[in-house]
Design a protein around this ligand. Sequence first.
Ligand SMILES: NC(=O)C1=CN([C@@H]2O[C@H](COP(=O)(O)OP(=O)(O)OC[C@H]3O[C@@H](n4cnc5c(N)ncnc54)[C@H](OP(=O)(O)O)[C@@H]3O)[C@@H](O)[C@H]2O)[C@@H](O)CC1
Ligand SMILES: Nc1ncnc2c1ncn2[C@@H]1O[C@H](COP(=O)(O)OP(=O)(O)O)[C@@H](O)[C@H]1O
Ligand SMILES: [K+]
Length: 501
Amino acid sequence: MDAALLTPTEMGEADRLTIAAGTPGIVLMERAAKAVADAVETGFGDAARIALLAGPGNNGGDAYAAAAILERHGRDVRLFHLVPSQELTGDAAIAAKAYGGQAAPLADFQPQEFDLVVDGLFGAGLSRALEGKVVDLVDQLNASAVPVLAIDLPSGISGTSGAVLGAAIEAEATVSFFRRKPGHLLEPGRSRCGRVAIADIGIEADVLAEIAPTSFENRPALWRHRLMLPTQAGHKYDRGHAVVFSGPASQTGAARMAAMAALRGGAGLATVFSPASAILVNAAHLTAVMLKRCENAAELETLLEDGRMNAFVLGPGFGAGEGARAYAEAVLSAGRRLVLDADGITAFQDMPDALFDAAVAAGNGREDDGPALVLTPHAGEFKRLFPDLAEAELGKADRARKAAARSNAVVILKGRDTVIAAPDGRAAINATGTAWLATAGSGDVLAGLVAAQLAQNTPTFEAACAAVWMHGKAAEAFGPGLIAEDLPAMVPKVLADLIAF
Ligand SMILES: NC(=O)C1=CN([C@@H]2O[C@H](COP(=O)(O)OP(=O)(O)OC[C@H]3O[C@@H](n4cnc5c(N)ncnc54)[C@H](OP(=O)(O)O)[C@@H]3O)[C@@H](O)[C@H]2O)[C@@H](O)CC1
Ligand SMILES: Nc1ncnc2c1ncn2[C@@H]1O[C@H](COP(=O)(O)OP(=O)(O)O)[C@@H](O)[C@H]1O
Ligand SMILES: [K+]
C-alpha cells in the first residue's frame, strides 16, 4: 500500500476515518500547516516577503494556519483571502480566527510585491472550473516570475485526473499530505506541481485497508515481490522463451530491438519469427537472439506446438493487415500471452471486437497469470481501438481502466505519464523516464521488456508495470542523446539496482 494514490474523495475518507478514530480535524490542519511552513523554510528560506492565498475551504484553512506559524517564526507574511474570514466554516474558521496577522481581500494581491506565494486557494475540494476574477489572478501570477509553493495541489488542478479546470497555478513546489494523488502524476498536473513532497500528518496507513484504493504510483513496491528472478540452480527454460514477429525485409529492426530487450530483460531465450523474405537480413544481424522462419498462419500453428515459447510480441515493424490479425488470434487461442503493439494494434482498428473476443476467450491463461493480452498503445493507437473512450471526458487513468475492462487486456497507455491498467480496475501511473524516450523505436523496446517479464511468468499487470518502470529507468541511466538501441544495454544496470533494492 506504500504505492497507493488517493483520489480527493478517498483522501477525504482517510481524513474522516482518522477524525473518527480520535484525532480532531484542526490537529490534522495544524500538522499540514506545519509541513507547509517547513517547506517554506527549507525550500524558500531566502524569501523575504511571503504572500499566502486563502480560498473558501480547508485548503484556505491550511493557508491561515501556515501564515500563523510563519509569523511566529518572524517571517514577513501577508494573507489574501477569496472570501471574508467570517464566511469560513469548520476547521478553516478556527484557523482563520487563530491567525492575528495582516490580511486583505484577494483583489489587493500584486504578485510582484512578494518573493514567494503560498497557494491555498483550492485543493482536494475543487469541484468545478475556475472562472472570472480567479482566472485573471492565476494568469497574472503565472506570468510573474514569483515562485509558488502549492498546498496539496496547485489551484485549478484536478486531484483525480491532473486536468486543468479553467486555469491552474504553475507551482515550483507542492506539499501534499499522507499519500500522493493521481493529479500529482498525471499530466498536465504533474508539470504544474513542480517538486512534490508528501508530509506525514499522522494519518495511519491502516486506513488504506478500508479505503481499498485502486490507483498506484508505479514503483517497485507495487510489483517487486511478484518478479521471478533467476535462481542459483536455474535453467534457461525456467526463464521462458520470448518470440517476436519480424516484418518484411525492409522493416526488421524493430522486431530485433524488441527481441534484444526481451533477452536483456531476463527471458531465457528469445527468437525472431521471420517471413522467408526477411530471413537473410535478420540472420545478418542476430547473434544471441535466435531466428526461425514463420511464413503464414499454418507455419505458426506448427511452431506453437513448442509449448516452451510462452510470450509473444506482435506489431513492431510488422505491417498492418490480415496477417497480423491471424497471428494474434492464433497466439491467444494457443493459450500464450501476447504483447500487441504498433501495427498489431492498427490491424484491428476496423474490428476491435474480434481482438477483444479473442482476449476474453483466452481468459487468464494459467491460474495466477492475469490477462493473456497486453496492449501498448500511444494516444493515436489507443484512439484506433477505443475511439469513444479517446474522446470521452475522462482522465487518463480512467480511460485506460475502461479500455482494459472492455478488452480484457492489460493496457499500457503510453506517454510521459504512462498508465498501466488491468481489467479488474487497478491502474498504475508511471513516473520514471526522460523526454529522451520520445525517440523512434523506444516503444518497440518496451514491448520486448514486457515480453521478458511474461516469459519469466510474472503476472500480466505486474509484468507490464515492471517493464514500464525499467524502460524509464534505463532512459534515466543513459541520459541525454538516447536512441532506442541504447535502452537494452542499460537494462543490466537497472536490474542490478532492482535486485539490490
Ligand atoms: N483531507 C485531509 O485529510 C486534510 C485536508 N486538508 C486540506 O483540506 C483541503 C480540502 O479542503 P476542502 O474539502 O474544504 O476543499 P478546498 O480544496 O479547500 O475547496 C473547497 C472550497 O472551494 C470551493 N470551490 C470548489 N471549486 C471552486 C471553484 N472552481 N470556484 C470557486 N470555488 C470553488 C468550494 O465551494 P462549493 O463547491 O462547496 O460551492 C469549497 O468552498 C485539502 O486540499 C488540504 O489542503 C488539510 O487541512 C489536512 C487534512
Ligand atoms: N516526454 C516523454 N517522457 C517520458 N517518456 C516518454 C515521453 N514521450 C514518450 N515517452 C515514452 O517513449 C515510448 C515511445 O513509444 P512509441 O510512442 O510507441 O514510439 P515508437 O513507435 O517510436 O517506438 C513510450 O514508452 C512512451 O511512454
Ligand atoms: K492549492
